[in-house]
Design a protein around this ligand. Structure first.
Ligand code: PLP
Length: 379
């Protein structure tokens, strides 16, 4: 039996042809495809600038660096995210300060953010968990009141909408990831979109060793004002990205259709809580995380997770709360109990397979397996 993974890329003949075309051209890196891909995503999000990177994590690092996060600075973020959101703050010498999540959307709580603001807070870093936008207007308002920047980790949310507008158009800088399980892929890759020219310039220099060209002093001449990294993405990758981008809206539509089928199939299973979508949101549904109501079950999450795996479902858990990783406990003194809503969610969470390439038979297999396993362990 082949396992149905929790996420999977969808690559077709036109994607392959686009990549092959670049391989036969003069530019396999730092050529025209990078900028074309950046312009496509910036246009889609309705912002002026975009800078593509070798990964979403590199893009986040660059965004925090452009925001001038440094030693002693605090960035408020959610514990319910992939570790990269917080790790990249640490790269800059900053301190990730976590604020607990909302029970329903699983996104950072604006009320919890307010309580964490200190004189050292420099930025807020919300994550659009599973594709559902965070409360972006409220978060922006808090940021403006306290003179903070908003750096949004939208790795899950390319194609998501908040109050009818695309994610990417709300925060000072918004990061996307093009890892194969994300909305569209470049193999590895990421991007920051922004409306601010100063950030755009810094991001571009940061991607390429910190190098700033001064053509007035000669065509060869450049200066390093602040060392950057080699975080460049190739034309090969961006050719794939551009080709994938053509299909983004279709991918999102298919994900939403699968979610509709899941919601319909699971609505009467009282032992599980399904993802919610607020009226202001249109989620791109990167993930479909369900929550177990353990009080109605004879066993814990682990047994149910393993039983689903044994049925051929590549279920996952998103995520181990970041503050519970040894590094964060040791370095910043976080401990179990600090963020009870995130921790409670984590102990009950299972992510079911969801990706646009899923065929009807696979969707039915997931539904059947969930029904069967829940029935087996029902109290
Ligand atoms: C995928 C992901 C990242 C990192 O993206 P990469 O492209 O894999 O480096 C960051 N944050 C979140 C929430 C993610 O899901």
């Amino acid at each position: 039996m082949k396992t149905i993974p929790y996420g999977h890329q969808q690559i077709d003949g036109s994607d392959i042809a686009s990549v092959v075309r670049i391989l036969k051209s003069d530019w396999i890196t730092q050529g025209p495809r990078v900028e074309q891909f950046e312009q496509a995503i910036a246009g889609y999000c309705g912002v002026k600038y975009a800078v593509a990177f070798s990964s979403g994590t590199a893009a986040l690092h660059a965004a925090y660096a452009a925001a001038r996060i440094g030693p002693g600075d605090e960035v408020i973020t959610t514990p319910m995210t992939f570790a990269a959101t917080a790790n990249a703050i640490v790269y800059c010498g900053g301190k990730p300060v976590f604020a607990d999540i909302q029970e329903n959307t699983l996104n950072i709580s604006p009320e919890a953010i307010k309580k964490k603001i200190t004189k050292r807070t420099k930025a807020l870093a919300p994550v659009d968990f599973a594709g559902h936008p965070a409360e972006l207007d409220t978060i922006k308002k808090i940021a403006r009141e306290h003179n903070l920047l908003v750096i949004e980790d939208a790795a899950h949310a390319l194609g998501s909408e908040y109050k009818g507008k695309k994610v990417g158009s709300f925060s000072d800088m918004t990061m996307f990831s093009f890892h194969p399980v994300k909305a569209i892929t470049t193999g590895e890759g990421g991007m920051v979109v922004t409306d601010r020219k100063d950030f755009y310039r810094t991001l571009k220099a940061f991607r390429n060793h910190g190098l700033i060209r001064k053509p007035e002093r000669g065509a060869w001449y450049y200066e390093i004002e602040r060392p950057g990294y080699n975080y460049r993405i190739s034309d090969i990758q961006c050719a794939l990205g551009l080709s994938q981008f053509q299909k983004l809206d279709r991918f999102v539509k298919t994900r939403r259709e699968i979610v509709r089928r899941y919601n319909q199939a699971f609505r009467n299973i009282s032992e599980i809580i399904l993802p919610v979508e607020k009226a202001y949101a249109r989620s791109a549904y990167h993930l479909y995380p369900i929550r177990l109501r353990l009080e109605l079950l004879k066993t814990g999450r682990r047994k149910i997770f393993e039983a689903l795996r044994n049925k051929g479902l590549g279920v996952q858990v998103h995520y181990i709360p970041v503050h519970l990783h040894p590094f964060y406990k040791k370095t910043f003194g976080y401990k179990k109990g600090d963020f009870p809503i995130a921790e409670q969610y984590y102990e009950r969470a299972i992510t079911l397979p969801l990706f646009p390439k899923m065929i009807s038979g696979e969707i039915r297999a997931v539904v059947r397996a969930v029904r069967e396993i829940i029935a087996r362990y029902r109290r």
